[in-house]
Design a protein around this ligand. Structure first.
Ligand code: PEP
Ligand code: MN
Length: 255
């Protein structure tokens, strides 16, 4: 993904947004046609759900839908790959492979992805230390540093009031000790839409290189993670404020 012209001295800040799950053409069109919506779009096609009775993603149908949309709209697509057997078909539509929290330790998957030449966004597992995240990232080394993105998506702690605990200290640590790009996913970290915007601003201030934000045209009808998806009004507000903040932190928001 991710070649862009930047005005010096700004560093890029990538806003990746989209639904937890790709659900329908109507849903994706509402996002793609929304003025100012980012060109870095996320959307789950193979979903890693805690319960097998929850929506598992559109799978093949989702791949065909994204292929069709890519013919008419210019966007980069990030989607989760949960099994090496999905890689070849996802190569047709994926600009960035997302490795989910449940798969950070799936080293065979990481080894396969390391050979594909496509950027990988590696999410931190629920209870992984930063050292374990960095060790997992080494499996992706053949891709080169520019194609490895680390993602802080909240970790499990003794605190249960929010879905997870957003480890912004971890973001600062990774920025200090590595030269990887670090993306924050406030949606899975907090689990509730009211917290997403403030967490997004805090992430920028903490030094993150971008955000992954679950956004849905109609959050209440989302088939997965409905309670944490922001709507397009919130998206607009978030983007406007991120743009204001970006100047202070020498960043340029890329959408
Ligand atoms: C997702 O991004 O939709 C997802 C399932 O995230 P995580 O792997 O962080 O739980
Ligand atoms: Mn989700």
């Amino acid at each position: 993904m991710l070649e862009t012209k930047l005005e010096k001295p700004y560093t890029p800040f990538y806003l990746i947004a989209g639904p937890c799950s790709v659900e329908s053409e109507e849903q994706m069109l509402a996002l793609l046609r929304h003025p100012g919506f980012t060109k870095f779009i996320r959307g789950g096609i193979y979903k890693m759900r805690t319960s097998p009775s929850s929506f598992q993603g559109l799978r093949n149908e989702g791949i065909e839908l994204i292929k069709k949309l890519k013919k008419n709209f210019d966007f980069h697509f990030t989607t989760e790959v949960s099994d090496p057997r999905q890689i070849q078909e996802l190569m047709q539509i994926t600009d960035v492979f997302q490795v989910g929290a449940r798969n950070m330790y799936n080293y065979e998957l990481l080894k396969e992805l390391a050979q594909m030449g496509r950027p990988v966004l590696l999410k931190r597992a629920f209870s992984a230390t930063l050292a374990e995240l960095l060790a997992a990232s080494e499996y992706l080394a053949p891709l080169g540093r520019d194609k490895i993105l680390l993602c802080e998506r909240g970790i499990r702690t003794f605190e249960t009031a929010t879905r997870n605990t957003l480890d912004l200290g971890g973001v600062m640590y990774l920025k200090k000790h590595t030269d990887y790009k670090v993306i924050v996913d406030p949606s899975h970290a907090l689990g509730e839409r009211d917290y997403i915007l403030p967490a997004a601003y805090a992430s920028l201030a903490a030094g993150a290189d971008g955000l992954l934000v679950e956004t849905h045209p109609s959050p209440s009808s989302a088939l997965s993670d409905a309670q944490q998806a922001i709507d397009l009004n919130d998206y607009d507000l978030m983007l406007k404020k991120l743009q204001e903040l970006a100047h202070i932190f020498d960043k340029q928001i890329l959408v």
